[in-house]
Design a protein around this ligand. Structure first.
Ligand code: PMP
Length: 309
């Protein structure tokens, strides 16, 4: 769905609420040319107790950590960014939505060094349903292993959510879609499973759960962390430092993606090889159910993860 079709009218930019159509940046903005922004993707869920931001603190932590690595001096406090976000959701009557904060180097000059360019901050919110499609949540997605490799964390830090590195995600995802798949899995420089273009990868074998470790050049996904905790609370053994070879994908009992946008999405085939019986596996379904119950505010014990709007 395009922004034109959405009922949204306001964006917060550098401390001001501006009309959606006036939320413009100069064409010589540093980050537009060199990909030097840092950003987040968070969600507000319409929980049983009303709209609430999910794991907002962790998203803010990651935003400020990313900013630190790219030397951004964010002009706004966590509280200001939080208040701006809550106001955008309230004023636009968005019960559930996706939240996009971005910190970017603005307009001054176009040397590669951003030293003289101001760090700008914006937040926008809009409705965004199932990222890989409603059908994907139930029936799973067909993916291919991309011919693109994930950049190693020694080349571009992978614990940082910066805009430029999403070129890798874009190339891998588009290669997959051009070839008739819904999404890609990207291997790291060593040829081990890294992650999806916007998702972490989980594998289930013999009733135990595996996910690639942070040293495999992946983003430290907040949904990954959520699912690890939910699974452990359900009594599962979770190996969160796994190193997964390409061949192990094909022989897995179950595979699924996690991400703020993708939530918990089953993977039903990799490179045309059916995973398990080619549909959502039972442990994936259980974790997915637990995840959706959680974000809808129906599980007790995780109140600290919600910030009411
Ligand atoms: N890996 C990449 C490359 C991503 O872009 C994302 C989405 N932010 C994830 C993993 C999942 O992270 P999270 O669960 O924090 O959204």
């Amino acid at each position: 769905m395009s922004f034109e079709e959405m009922d949204v009218d306001t964006i917060w930019m550098d401390g001001e609420f501006v009309d959606w159509d006036d939320a413009q940046a100069h064409i010589l903005t540093h980050s537009l040319h060199y990909g030097t922004g840092v950003f987040e993707g968070a969600r507000c869920y319409d929980t049983a107790d009303g709209p609430a931001l999910f794991r907002w603190d962790e998203h803010l932590d990651r935003l400020f950590d990313s900013a630190k690595v790219l030397d951004h001096d964010i002009d706004h406090t966590r509280e200001e960014i939080t208040e701006a976000t809550l106001t955008l959701i309230r004023e636009q009557d968005l019960a559930s939505c996706y939240i996009r904060p971005l910190v970017y180097y603005g307009y001054n000059n176009l040397g590669v060094s951003p030293e003289e360019c101001p760090s700008r901050t914006m937040v926008a919110c809009w409705p965004w349903g199932a990222y890989l499609g409603e059908d994907a949540i139930e029936n799973g997605v067909d993916v291919m292993v991309s011919s693109w490799r994930k950049h190693a964390s020694s080349m571009i830090p992978t614990n940082v959510k910066a805009t430029g590195p999403y070129l890798n995600s874009m190339l891998a995802g588009e290669e997959a879609r051009r070839n008739g798949y819904v999404e890609a899995i990207v291997l790291n420089k060593e040829g081990k499973v890294a992650e999806g273009p916007g998702e972490n990868v989980f594998m289930v074998n013999d009733g135990e759960i595996f996910t690639t470790g942070l040293s495999e050049s992946i983003l430290d996904g907040i949904t990954r962390d959520t699912v690890i905790e939910l699974a452990r609370d359900l009594g599962y053994t979770v190996h969160d430092e796994a190193s997964i070879g390409r061949g192990e994908l094909y022989t897995a009992d179950e595979l699924f993606f996690t991400g703020t946008a993708a939530e918990v999405t089953p993977i039903r085939s990799v490179d045309d090889t059916e995973i398990g019986n080619g549909s959502r596996g039972p442990i994936t379904e259980e974790l997915q159910q637990q995840f959706f119950d959680l974000v809808e505010g129906q599980l007790g014990g995780y109140d600290g993860w919600f910030l009411p709007v």
